[in-house]
Design a protein around this ligand. Structure first.
Ligand code: FES
Length: 174
């Protein structure tokens, strides 16, 4: 099967380049994994990459998995070029975040992500990852949504759909 370049795992040479900076056998594992994830165009750690790291570090693959599953910032699936995070905390819920979630899912053509554990969904073209979060700590601005690095308070369904369209348009996906 031919994978689009951006979903393909890093090459062994790319992995070696990162690992060469951290020659200790067991040290710096977190940093190495972070750098490898950052280097992947879709910000994730494919299984093949984890296997390479385990082999080259001479540590069990289970040890690598226990690290990447413990820290929530590691991704084991491809991430979208843009991330939309809809707060599903109590304050945001009572101010309509469920409707925002439904709207963004409809706008991106995504099925609903599981509500538990901040599950995420990424569109088939890897344009957008939609996630839920428990609370941004900005409850006075509820309902709150983050689009990439930007936090938007008092969000409405109409505004959010407009933002999604704008993000997709800038990417040339519309
Ligand atoms: S509940 Fe949404 S920001 Fe706190």
């Amino acid at each position: 099967m031919i994978m689009p370049r951006e979903t393909a795992p890093l090459t062994e040479r790319e992995v070696d380049e990162v690992m060469a900076r951290y020659p200790e056998r067991t040290g710096d594992l977190l940093t190495i994994l972070e750098e490898l994830q950052e280097r992947h165009p879709l910000h994730y750690l494919p299984t093949v990459t984890l296997e390479m790291v385990a082999r080259k570090k001479q540590v069990p693959l289970s040890q690598i998995y226990s690290v990447v599953t413990f820290y929530s910032f590691f991704n084991l699936r491809p991430q979208g070029r843009h991330t939309i995070m809809v707060c599903r905390g109590t304050a945001c819920h009572t101010r309509g975040s469920k409707m925002l979630m439904d709207g963004v899912l409809a706008a991106t053509g995504s099925p609903p992500p599981e509500e538990e554990g901040g599950a995420a969904f990424t569109t088939a073209d890897y344009g957008i990852t939609v996630r839920t979060v428990a609370c941004f700590g900005q409850c006075a601005l509820a309902p709150v949504v983050a689009v990439d690095e930007d936090i938007h308070g008092h969000m409405t369904d109409l505004q959010l759909r407009r933002i999604v369209r704008e993000v997709l348009r800038k990417d040339g996906a519309e």
